[in-house]
Design a protein around this ligand. Structure first.
Ligand code: B12
Ligand code: SF4
Length: 495
């Protein structure tokens, strides 16, 4: 009888809006080979309900899609429960790929698959009753009868055009969501390529994808997406590729064929006048960059970004007035960062906002992810890696209470306030609020986060204005007052 695989992907809070793309690619590949596959994209807070659904499906293999981070404990709990009920478990995605031995040594994990899973998972499902075949399945990690761990060699990367998603495997309507500040109600997130050829020392790509970039051809991805765009009335697309524009001609062919507004990841050195004008004609709404730091030493010597602050300033200037939002990732606290380099970054952000107020920032503190170039360096500087899968749970980018053993100064207060601080900076420049600009510039000049009452008050107001205004009566009143103030300020400026 054909085997059946449950493909489990957990989410927390509001993260359901992005389709479980990895599981979709896997399910499509399995079905193509006649193997049964069902996707379980489930709320991590409702494991009981999930387990009962898995029981009803009764799979031969329960597959977990596990990143390094705050849901690891839940995957452990789920795997233990399923193991107790006699199911075999396989872990795939970044965490088991980067720490194969640490994951496979646990008795609730039977197999791991390193990197791309389409071919390896199908071969594993087909060989479940023939243990002597396991040694031949590239990308597979397994245990022999005496519990010895075996990690097989990796296979060549696949031609990903062989594995385009069969969208009928999920209820797609659940993943068509408002985005771009509500400008488009029906947007969908997809990927059109995998991997990235660059060498950033904090990134999973170095090991996970061996710096190899593989892409769908424009014809195949357009043919895959066009029917669902029509059927579901999709208005805009978010490309979640690690690096969408490695081959610019390919990228433009895709967006021109689809004809929809879009957002995608980009690198600063790609930005030229011609490129920006082509992006505008192709209806680009937003580009996501990794600016990372305002210190050239950090960018060039530590992170090895391949670009420096001059290229960032050039890109921000060329995008200014284009109508395209530049959304930038900032990583504070890279190993060896000094306090003055941290300050340089804060002041660099202010400099960029003065050039182009249409910038958005996503800030986080550096975390030494396993498998990255800076993991070992961080250990040399005092980082003690978690000792169990559960402990990796604390690797959550959105926390603000880290011990930063790898920076040479006491960053505790900065860790706590920097993210909120940069959000407020962006708001102050975008909305041109002079009092807030002066206050924040004063703080940025000294990295002074003592008595942060202003940060609390303005952050709370921003939160209510952007995200919470519909929920409670007093929040709705606050939003009305804020709208009134903003409108009056604009009217006063016109006079
Ligand atoms: C979309 C996304 C999310 C979404 C997830 C939505 C969803 N429905 O799955 C959201 C926004 C929720 C998210 C959150 C986080 N993310 Co994220 N995310 C991505 C992103 C941009 C795309 C993932 C994707 O769909 N890729 C395309 C598919 C085709 O590739 P894939 O997922 O790798 O799947 C293949 C293989 O991994 C494997 N595989 C995958 N699952 C399984 C399961 C089994 C059983 C098997 C055998 C194989 C297998 O086979 C697949 C096909 O070949 C990636 C970057 C990227 N471009 O990949 C980051 C990325 C995966 N995220 C990352 C991180 C760190 C996080 C967070 C942990 C951040 C945090 N808060 O700390 C959180 C928490 C994640 C969680 N546990 O919920 C890192 C992972 C690094 C690491 N070492 O784990 C990445 C690589 C970004 C980066 N460059 O740092 N993320
Ligand atoms: S450019 Fe982005 S995806 Fe590529 S290696 Fe650097 S951080 Fe990773």
């Amino acid at each position: 009888m054909a085997k059946k695989v449950a493909l489990i992907s957990l989410y927390a809070g509001s993260a359901r809006g992005i389709p479980p793309l990895g599981s979709l690619y896997l399910a499509t590949a399995l079905k193509k080979k006649g193997i049964g596959a069902k996707i379980f994209h489930a709320d991590a807070g409702q494991l009981e309900e999930l387990i009962s659904k898995i029981r009803s499906y009764c799979p031969d293999l329960a597959g977990m899609s596990v990143f390094t981070g705050h849901l690891n404990k839940k995957y452990v709990q789920l795997s233990k429960e399923l193991k107790k009920e006699g199911y075999q478990t396989v872990w795939g995605n970044a965490h088991p790929s980067l720490l194969p031995n640490e994951v496979l040594k646990e008795n609730y994990v039977d197999f791991i698959i390193i990197g791309e899973g389409e071919e390896a998972l199908a071969e594993l499902a087909e060989s479940l009753d023939a243990r002597d075949q396991f040694a031949r399945i590239k990308n597979l990690g397994y245990k022999d009868d005496s519990g010895g761990i075996h990690i097989n060699p990796r296979r060549e990367f696949s031609d990903i055009d062989e594995y385009l998603i069969d969208w009928s495997l999920i209820n797609l309507e659940e993943y068509i969501i408002p985005y771009f500040s509500g400008r488009f109600q029906r947007t969908l997130a997809v990927v059109s390529s995998r991997g990235c050829p660059y060498n950033c020392q904090f990134c999973y790509n170095l090991v996970f994808n061996n710096r190899r970039w593989r892409a769908h051809s424009p014809e195949k991805i357009a043919a895959n997406l066009e029917p669902i765009i029509k059927k579901y009335g999709i208005e805009a697309i978010r490309f979640l590729d690690d690096n969408f524009f490695v081959d610019k001609e390919r990228a433009f062919k895709i967006v021109e064929a689809l004809g929809l507004p879009f957002s995608a990841d980009c690198r600063v050195e790609y930005i030229t006048e011609d490129f920006v004008s082509r992006l505008k004609s192709a209806k680009c709404l937003e580009l996501t960059f990794g600016f990372e730091s305002g210190s050239d030493r950090i960018l060039k010597e530590v992170i090895k970004k391949g670009t420096g602050t001059a290229e960032i300033i050039r890109a921000v200037t060329l995008l200014s007035g284009s109508g395209i939002i530049a959304s930038a990732g900032i990583i504070f606290g890279a190993p060896t960062e000094t306090k003055s380099e941290y300050l340089e970054t804060l002041n660099f952000i202010i400099r960029l906002l003065k050039i182009n107020p249409n910038l958005a920032f996503t800030c986080g503190w550096f975390l030494p992810y396993p498998g990255t170039g800076l993991y070992e360096k961080s250990k040399e500087l005092g980082f003690r890696p978690p000792q169990s899968i559960e402990e990796w749970d604390k690797f959550d980018r959105w926390r603000d209470d880290y011990e930063m053993e790898w920076v040479g100064w006491d960053a505790k207060r900065a860790v706590k306030y920097s993210r909120r601080f940069v959000h407020l900076l962006a708001l102050a420049y975008k909305r041109n609020i002079p009092i807030l600009k002066s206050l924040l510039k004063w703080r940025a000049g000294r990295a002074n986060f003592s008595f942060p009452l202003d940060i609390y008050i303005f952050s709370r107001l921003r939160q209510i204005y952007l995200f919470e205004s519909g929920e409670k009566a007093h929040n709705r009143i606050i939003k009305k007052i804020l709208n009134f103030i903003i409108k009056s300020a604009r009217a006063a400026k016109k006079i």
